[in-house]
Write a protein that binds this ligand. Structure first.
Ligand code: SF4
Length: 649
């Protein structure tokens, strides 16, 4: 119940009571009530859709509210949602925002969900949200925001900063027993959800007694570009990020802002190490980050990890003794390796660490050989508290059901990175999900596994556990189109909340699939697609053109597969065969009869000269046009067209 204590005067603020306010009148003097202002309104609170009659009634109420705000020269409005959210209240605040864009809108109520609060902030419909019905608390918060005073550590408050970031009060971590590590991710990477690897490393570091700060400079980069109205579609072209000459003239000049953020952060406190996550699309940008660390804090050690931190890459990066770019390269899973590395650096005489190549005393290179895969029952659950969770483009959190893959496809590094497939014990998955629901109000998850169905029995058990838990979540992820993904298992996944599956089918020719070492049968794949559609799960199919040995006949079979099965899947992702370093196709290039023009994985041709980049681009374009003809213009087509042009130049 809202407290009626009016010792605080609203002054420049209008108090507006929404429909969900269950306190009886009289309302405090000077306030307005939507119920009183719109007698023609007839929906119940549970109604999420408004009838035309109710919309008309609400519009009349909005006119009166806006008139009051203007006539009384109010600069902010607090709208009370009471203990329930109501569609009518959201409608009213959207109308006020449209009519008076400069007015400050506070949304208050004990029952507000994190999802609605953060989405309304992200959409710019409100400026502050307070999960409270206590008017004095709300007015006090308003006053503190106005004067720039701290919002203390009230976890009920969410607000938008001057720079347009959604802020909230996170629990303050205690002082670290050991040093603090700065974890950084540079662009270009996806900005849909927080980087899972960094959340995992944060948890491991904290459990070992280290302090952690995470800088998602990838997210900051894309937000800045949007604000500056840059051509985002052009910038998403991965060729610009991975070809040095294109990078110099394209994205590099745009990194100034995020490199300044890195510099400011390094100057603001002392870090015992800075860790960078490396991917093919951020290697060049990360190099710029290394330079900033070296310039601002030459004694701080630089550690790299991630899929593109390969033994091959690290040879160069660690080559120049004390003047090289980085101090350590962690290969594969870093949960334990990173902690052991930091411990060794604390010693006078560091010893080699498994899974790491690093500089010891006076620049000597130490290497500890391969590390066994981590035991997932012992790994920490991810800790997202250092990440700006509510500022990503979707309110989705990544989770893991497993690590590794049972396949060994020739173009893919997943198996080589994770080594062995292991399922996360399902009670641990439930715990991760429960933590995310409790801390962030998130119910939608991206399963960040190489594939969800590496172990069909374990996946079935997890689906059962999710159904029994009544957690009411939705999730999506990758699967192999394997016949063991039966209609029964798919139905169970649907019931557990699976909303979409990505299938890497890659070719419509069994001969090419065998050359790819995909380990799937086309007949099974088509059946799995049909069954997925039948149980009501959306699906997305990936097709790769131009794999070594793919003839025009094989290619037309892929086109036919898309044509024949397109009614069973919802989206298509097209790839051009381009093996990252470390994959069998890259390592065993002779047995695949291919040669590389330079190190960029896009530039290879078959030794007989029949499979060139031009041929692959042409095949890519043919299937793209086919898909567009089947489904209308595909939203992502522009990116591929751009890549096509860039590569041809
Ligand atoms: S392409 Fe998919 S199935 Fe093949 S190895 Fe990679 S993750 Fe596994």
């Amino acid at each position: 119940m809202m407290k009626r204590n009016m010792t605080h005067k609203p002054e420049d603020c209008l108090i507006l009571f929404g429909f969900a306010q269950d306190s009886p009148a009289p309302f405090p003097p000077g306030s307005m009530s939507l119920r009183d202002l719109s007698p023609g309104y007839s929906e119940t609170l549970e109604n999420s859709k408004l009838s035309q009659a109710s919309i008309s009634a609400l519009k009349l109420a909005v006119v009166q509210v806006i008139r009051a705000l203007v006539q009384q020269n109010k600069r902010s409005v607090v709208i009370f949602f009471g203990e329930k959210e109501a569609a009518s209240n959201f409608f009213v605040l959207a109308q006020i925002r449209t009519a008076l864009p400069d007015i400050r809108i506070f949304m208050a109520g004990t029952g507000l969900s994190t999802f609605h609060v953060t989405r309304k902030l992200a959409q710019g419909l409100i400026d502050v949200s307070i999960r409270s019905d206590d008017l004095p608390t709300i007015l006090d918060c308003k006053k503190r925001l106005k004067t720039g005073a701290s919002l203390a550590s009230d976890p009920r408050i969410f607000w938008k900063s001057e720079e347009n970031w959604i802020r909230w009060n996170r629990p303050e971590p205690g002082p670290p027993k050991l040093g603090t590590v700065l974890l950084v991710i540079m662009p270009a990477w996806n900005e849909e959800f927080p980087p899972y690897g960094l959340a995992h490393l944060s948890a491991s570091l904290k459990a070992a007694g280290y302090g952690v700060k995470v800088l998602d400079l990838n997210l900051e980069f894309w937000r800045t570009q949007r604000k500056e109205e840059a051509d985002i579609v052009s910038l998403q072209n991965i060729v610009l990020w991975s070809l040095p000459e294109r990078f110099e003239s394209g994205p590099k000049p745009r990194l100034v802002g995020i490199l300044e953020t890195l510099e400011r952060t390094l100057k603001s406190e002392e870090f015992c190490a800075v860790g960078f996550s490396l991917f093919q699309t951020n290697l060049l940008a990360s190099d710029e980050g290394f330079r900033v660390v070296r310039k601002v804090s030459p004694k701080t050690r630089i550690i790299c990890g991630g899929p593109s931190c390969t033994p091959e890459w690290s040879k160069q990066a660690l080559a120049d003794g004390n003047t090289g770019n980085v101090d350590a390269a962690v290969f594969g899973e870093a949960d334990t390796s990173l902690i052991e590395l930091l411990h060794q650096w604390d010693k006078e005489n560091p010893e080699p660490v498994k899974g790491v190549r690093f500089r010891g005393l006076r620049g000597t290179l130490l290497e500890g050989g391969a590390r066994e895969p981590e035991c997932l029952a012992l790994c920490q659950n991810p800790d997202f508290s250092e990440l700006p969770v509510f500022n990503y483009s979707r309110l989705v959190l990544p989770v893991h059901f497993s690590r590794g893959c049972v396949g060994k496809c020739a173009f893919c590094f997943e198996s080589f990175y994770w080594k062995k497939h292991r399922s996360v014990p399902f009670n641990k998955v439930l715990e991760m999900i429960a933590n995310a629901q409790r801390d962030y109000g998130v119910n939608h998850f991206m399963v960040a596994d190489s594939l969800m169905n590496g172990d069909h029995a374990a996946l079935g058990q997890l689906a059962d556990a999710l159904i029994d838990s009544g957690m009411n979540v939705s999730f999506y992820g990758y699967c192999r189109a394997d016949q063991r993904l039966t209609p029964e298992l798919l139905a169970k996944l649907k019931e557990a909340g699976c909303s979409e599956i990505f299938f890497g089918i890659e070719s419509g020719s069994q001969r090419v699939l065998n050359r790819m070492r995909k380990g799937i049968r086309l007949t099974h794949a088509a059946k799995v697609l049909r069954n997925t559609k039948t149980v009501g799960i959306r699906s997305c199919v990936s097709i790769m053109v131009g794999f070594p040995g793919e003839t025009w006949w094989d290619f037309w079979k892929s086109a036919y597969f898309v044509l024949k099965n397109s009614r069973y899947f919802d989206n298509l992702v097209l790839n051009i065969a381009a093996p990252p370093e470390g994959t069998p196709m890259f390592q065993e290039r002779d047995s695949f009869d291919i040669e590389f023009r330079d190190t960029h994985s896009r530039f290879w041709k078959s030794k007989d000269g029949r499979n060139t980049l031009d041929v692959r681009l042409l095949r890519h374009r043919i299937i793209l046009r086919l898909w567009q003809a089947l489904r209308g213009r595909w939203a992502n087509a522009a990116i591929w067209d751009l890549e096509y042009e860039t590569l041809r130049e």
